[in-house]
Design a protein around this ligand. Sequence first.
Ligand code: FAD
Length: 340
Amino acid sequence: MIKTDIIIIGAGPTGLFTVFEAGLLKLKCHLIDALPQPGGQCSELYPKKPIYDIPGFPEILAGDLTKNLLEQGKQFEPGFTLGERADTIEKQEDGSFIVTTNKGTQHQAPVVAIASGLGSFEPRKPQLENLADYEDKGVEYMIKEPEMYRDKNVVIAGGGDSALDWSIFLADVAKSVTLVHRRNEFRGHLDSVEKVGELKREGKINLITPAEVTNILGNGKVEAIEITKQGEAPYTLETDHFIPLFGLSPKLGPIANWGLEIEKNAIKVNNALDYQTNIPGIFAIGDGNYYPGKLKLILCGFHEATIMCQAAYKIINPGKKFVLKYTTVSGVDGFDGTRK
Ligand code: FAD
């Protein structure tokens, strides 16, 4: 039995930052993740994609953010159970919880922080009859290694941040980048939308809207795609890669059976207070929680983790006084908060 102060389910950016915030309060953490490596979506889906909205980093690759978060938390010596899915949770008579994985590893703690993000995620795919024939033969749903697109012709489809950010990034790598979206308006950050417009004017991105990719053509690998612009006849565009970036369809997995209140496919929490769920002692933070106005962004997960750790401290140390000042100044029972 692994015993700790806070069991964190999910070692994505939110779970990893929780280690640091808990550490400042002298609370120990143990993380469980179904994936073999920490980093959540950042390392699994887009390790080489730049992120532009982490405070203090004008630009950072998702993989580097993961490395930095691990480095930041290392001083507090977190434990890891990786490559195992948290399957069950049982409340004990003393108020603590036992979390058991699909491989039978058991963890016990007075507080559980569910930072499970989207759970197990699957890319949303376009409805194209022959799509499966070209998967990994020029059709990719996520970009893990941007170098493979160097000097290639690339068609990206989608209207969200991922499609916009990758189009911007690959404009400097690929031979040509074509962005196809079924609407004239994009859902992504305004900055990214403006940058794509700028690159279009410079001739670095070929923007085709409102349009859809309606067929894939090739002999054993992608050689061209058929594009249909609204109200026009389809036409063929030669390409080496077709990358539909239509987002992910989230699946909660076993967490859905834990008696937690679920709304919009996420765990409902009390955001006015401390991100606690309907079960006292179980918190949900990051992409996996829901409250009115929720934004699925990394910095929101960081904020929620910080608030949650203060509440966890009170559960773990009932009656103990803690006055929050700044992390570099405040004290917890003689701990001066100075980072080593
Ligand atoms: P996740 O990163 O989803 O991590 C959750 C972890 O929990 C996963 O590793 C999963 O395996 C694990 N897990 C789930 N269920 C279990 C279980 N039962 N047992 C064990 N482990 C479990 N956000 C930004 O702020 N800026 C951006 O520029 C940005 N760009 C993005 C681009 C793309 C392509 C995508 C897909 C997302 C982007 N995001 C961006 C969103 C950002 O990645 C998420 O907000 C962030 O990853 C949420 O972190 P998290 O730790 O809450 O969850």
